[in-house]
Design a protein around this ligand. Structure first.
Ligand SMILES: *Cc1c(COP(=O)(O)O)cnc(C)c1O
Length: 393
């Protein structure tokens, strides 16, 4: 297809952007299962390697199926470039290693994906890149934490599992006033619900494993941003260091993007219905969902996002015993820590995703022993209610 993406609506881009039909005339994009490419002559090989002539060289960094996924996701996020990676964690690592150096400093929101904290503390820390953590909606704390050597602000919004919302435009302004970049992990919303680059963020991170696939099949990730940061720096890192996405996984995500907005609308509708229903249950102490009027940042969520997402958390009276009992009494929901799947999943955060934290760290993060997270899938919502009712009555 031609690359006048900007003139197309979101759903047209989701279905069409990034397709470059071959001479075979295929309607669905093919999987290019090839590690290298053949040149017509020695001179052509030399011209490709030197960068003088564009074209495929080697699938660590040039594969047409991976490129189709990258172009499609960039068109959806409104970014100039996208680099696909072998996992969401590889996307975060590639971004940090491409954009930072020893002696630099990161300020991050505290409630982020657990392995991201370990990546920052244990691995970047080892090479002299330090990270400070702040409460995501305390803008004074963000500003105070910024040092002369701070280069990057990192935020995940909505947060996991309490669905707190950070004001992306406000953080972007703060970052730029201090000469820093703002990186947003857009995993929970996807571009179907939130466009961080349009709000001023510099880089968007994805775990494609979640909603971009949407059916729990493949691990992958992506980094989206402008030509310089992503097209040159992150791409250069990926080309040399090799945390590349496989063409097969890229193809699965490419197909996932075609139904992204339909799926996200259905996830949002089911999640809102379930959150409202949970709020009425006597054994439920509190429900966390940005679509509820009771959510502290409901107004900001409404302004910043075009939907409230598929993740609902709630606190059960009776602590861990009650939470485990409810989880064990389900027959439809899958007991797994993954999210963003057509299948609804149920997780006890304190003993799984947040189990490696100390009790004090958990208390600080607001993860109580009675807290349950549901990634609301695409089943009939009445069946989900019935499934949860067993443990709630
Ligand atoms: C899962 C996840 C990641 C990591 O992605 P992987 O594909 O598992 O490596 C990063 N951020 C968030 C918010 C996630 O949910």
């Amino acid at each position: 297809m031609s690359d006048d993406f900007d003139q197309w609506g979101f759903d047209t881009r989701a279905v069409r952007a990034g397709q470059h039909r071959t001479n075979e005339g295929e309607n669905s994009e093919p999987i290019f299962a090839t590690s290298s490419y053949v040149f017509k002559s020695a001179a052509e090989a030399a011209a490709r390697f030197s960068g003088e002539k564009p074209g495929n060289i080697y699938s660590r960094f040039t594969n047409p199926t991976v490129r189709a996924f990258e172009e499609r996701l960039a068109a959806l996020e409104g970014g100039e470039r996208c680099v696909a990676t072998g996992s969401g964690m590889a996307a975060i690592l590639s971004t940090c290693l491409a954009l930072l150096k020893s002696g630099d400093h990161i300020v991050s929101s505290r409630n982020i994906f657990g392995p991201t904290v370990l990546l920052f503390n244990n691995y970047l820390g080892k090479f002299g890149i330090e990270t400070s953590y702040v409460s995501l909606s305390d803008y004074g704390a963000w500003e105070k934490a910024i040092r002369p050597n701070t280069k990057l602000l990192f935020v995940e919004t909505p947060s996991n599992p309490l669905t707190e919302i950070a004001d992306i435009a406000r953080l972007a302004k703060l970052a730029h006033a201090k000469g820093c970049l703002l990186v947003v992990d857009n995993c929970f919303c996807t571009p179907a619900l939130q466009l961080p680059l349009k709000l001023g963020a510099d880089v968007v991170i994805h775990s494609a494993t979640k909603y971009l696939d949407g059916q729990g099949r493949c691990i992958g990730g992506a980094v989206v941003g402008n030509k310089e940061l992503v097209g040159e720096k992150v791409y250069g890192f990926m080309r040399t260091c090799g945390p590349s996405l496989s063409p097969f996984n890229a193809w699965v995500f490419l197909k996932g993007l075609e139904t992204l907005s339909l799926r996200m609308q259905a996830h949002c509708a089911n999640a809102l219905e379930l959150a409202r229903w949970l709020e009425k249950q006597k054994r439920v102490q509190r429900v966390y969902y940005p679509g509820l009027a009771s959510h502290p940042q409901h107004k900001l969520a409404k302004k910043q996002q075009s939907g409230f997402g598929g993740i609902v958390a709630f606190e059960l009276k009776g602590g861990k015993d009650a939470a485990w009992k409810l989880i064990d009494s389900t027959r439809v929901l899958s007991i797994t820590a993954n999210l963003g799947d057509t299948k609804s999943t149920i997780t006890h955060a304190a003993t799984t995703t947040h189990g490696r934290l100390t009790p004090e760290q958990r208390a600080e993060a607001g993860i109580s022993d009675g807290l349950i997270r549901i990634s609301v899938g695409l089943e009939d919502v009445e069946d989900l209610k019935k499934d949860l009712m067993r443990g709630l009555s």
